[in-house]
Design a protein around this ligand. Structure first.
Ligand SMILES: Cc1cc2nc3c(=O)[nH]c(=O)nc-3n(C[C@H](O)[C@H](O)[C@H](O)COP(=O)(O)OP(=O)(O)OC[C@H]3O[C@@H](n4cnc5c(N)ncnc54)[C@H](O)[C@@H]3O)c2cc1C
Length: 557
C-alpha cells in the first residue's frame, strides 16, 4: 500500500510536472516525491513517437479532447481544444516545434512582475540547460549542448524538400530574410528561420522520459480532485491532495500544481481559491478570494489556407502525396514537411490605429505592443496539402498549405467551472478574434501569404492560386478587409497554446507561491503573465527548470 505522507506532491505529470519532479530528486535524493497524473504512462506506446502519426493524436485517448464554447468572433463555431493527457502531458501529442520566442516577451514578463529572473537573460541559463542542440557550432551563449532535450533542424535530418529554396527565395522577394546570424531560435526570431523540432533520431521526446523519473513515485490514471488546504495559526497551508476517488495524500513541504492552463484553474477553484461569485454558484467554500483565477486566458489562433501548385510544378513531385519516391526515404518521416518559420511584426501605423480602436485612445510609444519589436505572426509553408473537409482536397501532391499562427493575441478569455466534478471539462472561452489588433494581425498575415504566392516572381511561378473554403472566392492581392475578416472567422482554429489563467503577479507571486496559501506553488503555462509569442514548449521547459530551483530552495526549510 502506498504511503500517504510525502515531502512534495506534484499534481500533473505533464511537461512542467515531469521536469520539476525529476530535477527535485536530482537535487536531493532523499526527497519523497509523489507525482500524480490523470492519464496513462505512454512510454512504450508505439503510435505516439512517430511524426507520421501526428494526425492520430488529436483527438485521441491521450488528449483531454476539450472544446471551446461557441466563439462569437469565429461565426459561433465550437473549436476543438486538445491538451495532453498522460505522463508527459502536452509533449505526448504536440507537434514538437522547438521555437524559443522573442526576448522582448520575457523582458516584458520581468518588468510586469518586477523581477529580473523572469527576463530573457534571467531565463537564458535555463534555456541552455534544457537543450541538446544538433548544431555543434551554435553560439554557446545562447544554446545548450548537453541538456536532456534533443532537437534537430530540417536540414540536419537530411530532409531535402524540393521546394526549400523556392520558398526561401519567394520570402526574400517578399522582403523577409533570415536573421543576420542565421539563428532565429536565440530570442530574435523576426525574419525567416529554419524549423527545429525536439525529436531524437526522428522520435518524439517526452518530457517524462528525457527527464528521468526513476526514484519519483508516479501514480498514473489517477485524477486529483482538489488541493487540501488547512488553517494553521491564522494562515492557510496546502497540506496535500484529495483524489477524485476520495483518497488523500499529504505533503510535509510543498504541493506543486502543474495541471496545465485549463485544469490548474479548475483545481484551484475546486479547492476554494477563486472568484467569489463563481465559487458561490457551485457551493464551494471560499478560502482565498482570487478573482484572477481562470481569467486572462490567451491562446494562439491558427488559420490554414490551401494553395494549388501550377500543374507543371506539381508534376515534379514537390509535395507529399505525389508519387515522388523521394518522400519514401525514411528521414522524411522525421518531422513536419516544412522548412521555414517566417516570423513578422505589424506595420506600426496600422497597429496604432487598431490599438486606438480597441482601447479608445491613441497609445503612447511605451505601449507594450509598440515599445519593442514584437512577433505578431508566424507563417509556415507545409508541403502537404490535404483536407477532407473544407475545402475538399485530395492528398495527391496538387496543393501546399500556409499555416498562420497569431502569436500575439490581445483577446483574452476565461476558464470556468462547469460543475464540482473534477472529471468534467471546464468551460473554455478563449474569445478568439474579438479585438481589432487580432483582426489586423490575421488580415495582414493573409495579405503577406498572398504577396508571397501571388505577388512575387518565384511564388507566382509556383502557385496557380488559392483553393478557397466553400462559398468564398479565392484570395487575391486586392482582397478587402471585410473579405479577409470573413475568411479568418470561417476557418480559424487554434494551435493549442493556452496560457495565463493563474498569472504571476495576480494568482502567484514571483516565486510561484499561490498568493494567500503557504506551501502551494503553480508551475505550468498558467503562470505566464504576458503572451509568449512562440509555441510554448521552450518557454515552459525553461520556466520549469527555474521553478525546480525555486522549489528545491523552499524544500530546505
Ligand atoms: C496538439 C498540441 C500540439 C502542440 N504543438 C506544440 C509544438 O509544436 N511546439 C510547442 O512548443 N508547443 C506545442 N504545444 C504546446 C505544449 O505542448 C504545451 O504548451 C505544454 O505541454 C504545456 O505544459 P504544461 O506543463 O503547462 O501542461 P501539460 O503538459 O498539458 O501538463 C499538464 C498535465 O496535468 C495532467 N492533469 C490535468 N489535470 C489533472 C488532474 N486533475 N489530476 C492529475 N493530473 C492532471 C494532464 O493530464 C497533463 O499531463 C502543443 C500542444 C498540443 C496539445
Amino acid at each position: 500500500m502506498l504511503a500517504n505522507l510525502w515531502d512534495v506532491i506534484v499534481v500533473g505529470g505533464g511537461l512542467a510536472g515531469s521536469v520539476i519532479s525529476s530535477r527535485l530528486l536530482q537535487n536531493n535524493t532523499s526527497l519523497k516525491i509523489l507525482l500524480i497524473e490523470a492519464g496513462e504512462d505512454v512510454s512504450t506506446n508505439t503510435i505516439i513517437p512517430y511524426a507520421d502519426n501526428q494526425a492520430l493524436l488529436v483527438p485521441s485517448p491521450w488528449s483531454w479532447n476539450d472544446t471551446t464554447v461557441p466563439q462569437t468572433g469565429l461565426d459561433n463555431r465550437v473549436i476543438p481544444n486538445p491538451a495532453g493527457k498522460g505522463l508527459g502531458g502536452g509533449t505526448i501529442i504536440n507537434s514538437c516545434g522547438w521555437i524559443r520566442g522573442n526576448e522582448n516577451d520575457f523582458d516584458l514578463w520581468a518588468s510586469t512582475v518586477g523581477d529580473s529572473k523572469w527576463s530573457y537573460n534571467g531565463q537564458l541559463p535555463y534555456f541552455r540547460k534544457v537543450e541538446h542542440t544538433w548544431n555543434a557550432s551554435a553560439n554557446p551563449e545562447e544554446h545548450g549542448f548537453v541538456g536532456p532535450m534533443w532537437f534537430a533542424s530540417v536540414s540536419s535530418t537530411g530532409r531535402n524538400y524540393p521546394l526549400r529554396n523556392t520558398i526561401k527565395s519567394a520570402w526574400a522577394e517578399a522582403g523577409l530574410l533570415p536573421p543576420a546570424d542565421g539563428d532565429a531560435n536565440d530570442g530574435t526570431p523576426l525574419g525567416l528561420g529554419e524549423l527545429n523540432e525536439n525529436r531524437k533520431n526522428g522520435l518524439r521526446e517526452l518530457a517524462s522520459s528525457a527527464y528521468p523519473l526513476a526514484g519519483v513515485t508516479v501514480l498514473t490514471n489517477t485524477l486529483v480532485g482538489k488541493i487540501l488546504i488547512s488553517q494553521v495559526a491564522g494562515s492557510l497551508f496546502a497540506t496535500g491532495v484529495k483524489l477524485a476517488n476520495g483518497t488523500e495524500f499529504y505533503a510535509k513541504k510543498q504541493v506543486i500544481l502543474s495541471a496545465g492552463a485549463y485544469r490548474t484553474p479548475q483545481l484551484l477553484k475546486l479547492s476554494g481559491v477563486g472568484p467569489t461569485a463563481e465559487l458561490n454558484e457551485f457551493g464551494i467554500k471560499q478560502l482565498v478570494n482570487a478573482p484572477a483565477v481562470g481569467t486572462g486566458l490567451a491562446d494562439h489562433m491558427l488559420l490554414t489556407l490551401y494553395w494549388k501548385l501550377r500543374p507543371e510544378v506539381a508534376a515534379q513531385g514537390v509535395a507529399l502525396g505525389s508519387t515522388n519516391p523521394l518522400f519514401a526515404e525514411p528521414q522524411f518521416g522525421d518531422g513536419v514537411p516544412a522548412d521555414w518559420v517566417a516570423t513578422e511584426s505589424l506595420p506600426t501605423d496600422q497597429l496604432i490605429a487598431a490599438i486606438t480602436k480597441d482601447e479608445g485612445k491613441v497609445p503612447s510609444s511605451s505601449h507594450p505592443l509598440l515599445a519593442t519589436k514584437r512577433s505578431f505572426m508566424e507563417t509556415l509553408i507545409i508541403y502537404a496539402g490535404a483536407s477532407a473537409a473544407d475545402p475538399v482536397i485530395q492528398y495527391n501532391g496538387s496543393h501546399i498549405i500556409s499555416t498562420m499562427v497569431g502569436l500575439l493575441p490581445t483577446s483574452r478569455g476565461t476558464v470556468k467551472l462547469a460543475s464540482t466534478n473534477p472529471a468534467d471539462h471546464p468551460i473554455i472561452d478563449p474569445q478568439y478574434f474579438t479585438t481589432e489588433v487580432d483582426k489586423l494581425n490575421f488580415r495582414h498575415g493573409i495579405q503577406r501569404v498572398a504577396q508571397l504566392f501571388l505577388g512575387t516572381p518565384t511564388g507566382n511561378a509556383t502557385i496557380e492560386g488559392e483553393t478557397p473554403a466553400d462559398g468564398f472566392a479565392p484570395i487575391t492581392l486586392s482582397s478587402d478587409d471585410d473579405y479577409l475578416n470573413a475568411r479568418a472567422r470561417h476557418s480559424s482554429e487554434n494551435s493549442y497554446h493556452p496560457m495565463g489563467t493563474a498569472a504571476m503577479g495576480k494568482v502567484v507571486d514571483n516565486n510561484l507561491n499561490v498568493i494567500g496559501v503557504k506551501n502551494l506553488k503553480i508551475a505550468d503555462t498558467s503562470v505566464f503573465p504576458v503572451v509568449i509569442t512562440a509555441h510554448l514548449q521552450q518557454a515552459t521547459y525553461a520556466m520549469a527548470e527555474q521553478a525546480a530551483v525555486i522549489i528545491a530552495a523552499a524544500c530546505k526549510n
